[in-house]
Design a protein around this ligand. Structure first.
Ligand code: ADP
Ligand code: ADP
Length: 232
């Protein structure tokens, strides 16, 4: 499903080379919830962004459903990216657009016909429990509701993979639980593969099947959640 091989990402900073991700290989299975954990600065976010090429790896390959994304032309990459939705810690909604317009955004990019867009937006808002919020603006919503809109937007173009970058880190514990329950439902009902970066162990314990632990740009441990979290 997702296969990273020898992925590294280095940045040039004031003449020095800094390595955010160092020779990481990783296999995420179809329909699993895979966690990437580690302390701040470990390289989790950079690694996640290499999966949809928001960050282009300096070396290595990123194979999704048999296609190496690093070999695609810009146009092919844009088409393939529709298979990969993403949500963020701070939601990244368009503040001047309504809930419905936010959810419709990826469908517009894909030139989806208006009737289909309307149907799909309604379906997505139903999925995340926000039917009736179509005309609201992000500033009128709670954090949990904003993340629900972001999830609806991320899923609008029917991706098979959802990348989550600290998706619950800005939310209170109760809202975190409700968003995790929604993500688990989506994983089960839609058969979506989920890769989530988090520094919160309770998030991993709650919904991940397998987990990789990152430190200093490398994966230092990986396996089933039980094995990794119970190892002293
Ligand atoms: P994490 O998600 O685990 O907190 P990040 O992937 O955000 O870690 O960052 C890993 C390291 O790479 C950090 O030292 C960070 O400062 C650095 N880094 C991330 N993005 C960039 C960038 N665009 N330019 C330079 N350095 C970066
Ligand atoms: P968010 O909290 O919304 O996920 P972040 O604060 O993690 O956003 O990162 C915002 C952006 O800054 C990312 O694109 C990340 O790659 C980049 N970034 C992170 N660390 C550095 C750094 N040391 N130098 C330059 N860019 C960085």
């Amino acid at each position: 499903m997702i296969k990273l091989s020898g992925v590294s990402k280095t940045y040039r900073q004031k003449g020095n080379l800094a390595t955010a991700v160092n020779d990481v290989s990783l296999h995420v299975k179809h329909q699993e919830v895979f966690g990437i954990v580690g302390y701040s600065g470990a390289g989790k976010s950079t690694l996640l962004r290499c999966i949809n090429l928001l960050e282009r790896p300096t070396t290595g390959s990123v194979v999704v459903d048999g296609t190496d994304l690093t070999k695609l032309s810009k146009r092919e990459l844009n088409l393939t990216r529709r298979k990969i939705g993403m949500i963020f810690q701070h939601f990244h909604l368009l503040s001047s657009a309504t809930v419905a317009e936010n959810v419709a955004f990826p469908l517009r990019l894909a030139r989806t016909p208006a009737a289909e867009t309307k149907r799909r937006v309604a379906e997505m808002l139903d999925l995340v429990g926000l039917t009736g919020y179509e005309g609201k603006y992000p500033s009128q919503l709670s954090g949990g509701q904003k993340q629900r809109v972001a999830i609806a937007r991320a899923l609008a173009a029917k991706p098979s993979i959802l990348l989550c970058d600290e998706a619950t880190s800005a939310l209170d514990p109760e809202t975190t639980q409700s968003i995790l329950a929604l993500l688990k439902d989506i994983n089960r009902q839609l058969g979506l593969t989920i890769v989530m970066v988090t520094h919160q162990m309770e998030v991993v314990r709650e919904i991940c099947d397998r987990v990789a632990v990152m430190a200093d740009g490398e994966i230092v441990e990986s396996g089933s959640v039980i094995d990794v979290l119970l190892t002293p």
